[in-house]
Design a protein around this ligand. Structure first.
Ligand SMILES: Cc1cc2nc3c(=O)[nH]c(=O)nc-3n(C[C@H](O)[C@H](O)[C@H](O)COP(=O)(O)OP(=O)(O)OC[C@H]3O[C@@H](n4cnc5c(N)ncnc54)[C@H](O)[C@@H]3O)c2cc1C
Length: 246
């Protein structure tokens, strides 16, 4: 969130949570989301005196830095009697009697319960590993094959030749894939497309799918060009288009 932490979304409700949680079982997150709502987290921030603001589509960000959220969560962790062990690699988790034995690089830990929160596999240099999946498999849980989500899209060379010169340019767009659509910003990059609209649609896109991108949403450019022609006579197309698109 640009270093300010996009900490929740005000528009998330029990009704739309199942549409917004992408999963084969969209109801999975429902009980957690309804027991701890965006309003609960906003109240927690307000109580801690952390100032925030709303950007578009209900997205809430800190006025200050994202570290305020980390500090708050660490204070809550300590207040609840939690201990944070950094630089500690978990090697295995096994059943031991009624509980579990967790083998770590700092020695064994015995526990009555274990909550696995090892994240996804996306950014190994930030500590991501497949441990959570390995633990699940070991305890006989089915694993859905993982695939990238919330990622930029990269183009093949021949397409890149056309779009790379636009690198750095951002536009509000209307992006469609079948019935799914997002009205957010798109960013041309030196490798393809990025920006919030692309990150969103990437979770739906599958190899071979066609994306429809309206670069001037809400504008009928053909009609505007013909009006311009009537009013201003002959004009080079790129000059006429420059009034609508960068
Ligand atoms: C650059 C960036 C910006 C983001 N900005 C936002 C934002 O503004 N708002 C937002 O809501 N989301 C944001 N996200 C997404 C958000 O960070 C993740 O969705 C969230 O952190 C996932 O939480 P998690 O607890 O499931 O996993 P993680 O936060 O990934 O935590 C998993 C932890 O498990 C540890 N771990 C893994 N394997 C082992 C092992 N073998 N032994 C010990 N420890 C292990 C990892 O080191 C890690 O600390 C952002 C992500 C990135 C990369």
């Amino acid at each position: 969130g640009g270093g300010r932490c996009n900490f929740t979304n005000r528009l998330l409700t029990r009704q739309n949570a199942t549409e917004r949680f992408l999963s084969r079982n969209p109801r999975f997150a429902l009980s957690a989301l309804s027991r701890y709502t965006p309003a609960d987290f906003i109240a927690r921030l307000d109580a801690a005196g952390i100032a925030w603001h709303e950007k578009h589509l209900g997205q809430l960000f800190c006025d200050g830095k994202a570290t305020q959220i980390i500090d708050l969560l660490l204070r809550d962790l300590r207040a609840a009697g939690g201990v944070l062990s950094l630089e500690t690699e978990i090697e295995r988790v096994e059943r031991a009697g009624d509980g579990f034995l967790v083998t770590t690089s700092q020695g064994p830990i015995r526990a009555a319960s274990v909550i696995v929160a090892t994240g996804g596999k996306s950014i190994p240099k930030m500590g991501a590993s497949s441990l959570g999946y390995e633990i699940a498999q070991k305890f006989g849980l089915d694993i859905v094959e993982t695939r990238p989500a919330l990622v930029p899209l990269t183009f093949a060379e021949q397409d890149l030749a056309r779009t790379a010169p636009l690198s750095g340019l951002a536009r509000p767009v209307d992006l469609r894939l079948g019935k799914t659509h997002f009205a957010e910003d798109l960013l041309f990059t030196h490798r393809g497309l990025s920006g919030p609209a692309i990150l969103q649609i990437s979770s739906y896109w599958r190899e071979g799918d066609t994306l429809k991108i309206d670069l001037a949403p809400g504008n009928d450019i053909a009609a505007a060009l013909s009006e311009q022609r009537d009013a201003a006579g002959r004009q080079a197309l790129h000059n006429a288009l420059a009034r609508h698109l960068p």
